[in-house]
Design a protein around this ligand. Structure first.
Ligand code: B12
Ligand code: SF4
Ligand code: SF4
Length: 362
């Protein structure tokens, strides 16, 4: 089969399997993306994440992982409007960013695996790579002409805006590359002031240390000053995507979904909590990180009905959970919260938690 014919078939099948954009990029190294990743890392803006920052030279050159790679078939998979939109804010209710309302990557991976099978059926090598340490997905998408780099660092596509997940099929087939898009954000810069923490420190530059999406996946305590800005989120953040005009028409078609009952979540066992959010990235699959996020959201809600559930976490065997519980009680305030903090102050032995309790009592 001629490469143009093969590409036509792959394109058709990718779109038929639910992807909204597809293109081809050559497998040569992504020199600029490597330099950007190295520079973010040198400045500490990667917040210690491994992912594509662990070895930028490898993530920017797919032939390091697949020496036979010649082309990348890159696809964008839309998760809006099916994700719905968070309904109105309510006390003790939280929200999850749209990309994680369910495992939306499943549909993307299945479409890409199908394309891979079509390639192997005609004798080529093929491997699916999506949200993986071996490839900087957005650099591949921009080269394949799927979209352009937005000032919020997302890849935006006409009609989709930033509401697409990205992935590739790596292959040794030499396919005709699609042209990169001649488009950019122009004079718009709406995403920059929309970020609650100022994590977009310059157009196209994100400091992950300030990004709520990172903080809710981080393997550490959430910095005290940033906790109020987390609001009612328990996973992911969409503010710089919500602000983005190219995505607003699509977003407006999504139906409001009820926010999540945070007290019911806190009452789950660790196993049930992890199972409920099996598709989330949770450091070392420890439920304590999910509890940390829920406690911060409850603290921000400031509703006294949460006190008994939060107090029960003041006696957790995990110091980080106790610390966030103390903080949440300080935010909620009231007699019951202060009595519980006083009792905990008398028995707490961990210095960091003692500090959090003292701060919460002020
Ligand atoms: C690490 C990571 C994160 C980190 C850091 C994000 C970041 N901006 O780097 C954290 C945890 C914060 C994160 C958050 C999110 N992520 Co994320 N994340 C990744 C991951 C694993 C690697 C990203 C990476 O390599 N960055 C490296 C550096 C080099 O990229 P960069 O800083 O953007 O650099 C480029 C720009 O700066 C641009 N540039 C340079 N100068 C300038 C100047 C101007 C004016 C402009 C416009 C651009 C520009 O060029 C550089 C490259 O050459 C990818 C998956 C993957 N394997 O690629 C997913 C990925 C980027 N994430 C994704 C998603 C969906 C999200 C969230 C929306 C989830 C959420 N709702 O919470 C948020 C969005 C936050 C944001 N504004 O980026 C999608 C993005 C899809 C898309 N359409 O772009 C990806 C591709 C996963 C996937 N396969 O679908 N993520
Ligand atoms: S995801 Fe949220 S915190 Fe991160 S850059 Fe976007 S608006 Fe800011
Ligand atoms: S909000 Fe405006 S500047 Fe930011 S990514 Fe979207 S189009 Fe670009």
């Amino acid at each position: 089969m001629e490469s143009a014919q093969l590409w036509d078939r792959l394109r058709h099948e990718t779109l038929a399997r639910g992807c909204v954009a597809v293109g081809v990029a050559s497998a040569r190294p992504f020199v600029e993306a490597r330099a950007a990743a190295e520079s973010r890392k040198a400045a500490g803006m990667h917040a210690g994440m491994h992912l594509t920052f662990g070895n930028p030279a490898r993530s920017a050159d797919i032939t390091e992982s697949f020496p036979w790679a010649r082309s990348l078939v890159v696809a964008g998979y839309s998760y809006v409007p099916i994700s719905g939109s968070p309904g109105p804010a309510l006390p003790n209710r939280g929200r999850v960013a749209r990309f994680a309302t369910e495992d939306h990557y499943r549909g993307l991976r299945s479409a890409l695996d199908h394309v891979g099978e079509l390639l192997t059926d005609v004798g080529f090598e093929a491997a699916t790579v999506a949200d993986d340490n071996r490839l900087i997905d957005r650099a591949a998408a921009v080269r394949a002409g799927i979209g352009w780099w937005g000032k919020n660092t997302m890849v935006l596509a006409p009609g989709q805006g930033p509401w697409m997940l990205l992935g590739s099929v790596v292959t040794d087939a030499v396919l005709p590359p699609t042209e990169p898009m001649v488009r950019d954000c122009g004079t718009c810069s709406a995403c920059l002031p929309a970020c609650p923490t100022g994590a977009l420190v310059a157009p196209g530059v994100l400091d992950a240390r300030l990004c709520i999406s990172f903080l809710l996946q981080s393997p550490d305590a959430i910095p005290e000053l940033l906790r109020p800005l987390v609001g009612d989120r328990i996973y992911g953040c969409d503010d710089c995507l919500d602000a983005c005009p190219p995505g607003s028409r699509l977003e407006a078609t999504s139906l409001p979904q009820p926010r999540i009952d945070l007290l019911a979540l806190l009452g789950l066992t660790d196993d049930d909590l992890l199972e409920r959010f099996a598709h989330f990235y949770v450091p070392r699959r420890r439920a304590a990180y999910l509890r940390r996020n829920i406690l911060v959201a409850l603290g921000n809600s400031g509703d006294e009905r949460a006190v008994p559930a939060v107090v029960s976490h003041l006696h957790s065997d995990n110091a980080m959970v106790r610390a966030h519980s103390a903080w949440a009680l300080g935010q909620i305030g009231g007699t019951a919260a202060h009595t519980a903090l006083g009792a905990a102050a008398a028995t707490e032995t961990d210095q960091d938690v003692q500090h959090e309790i003292a701060a919460a009592q002020r």
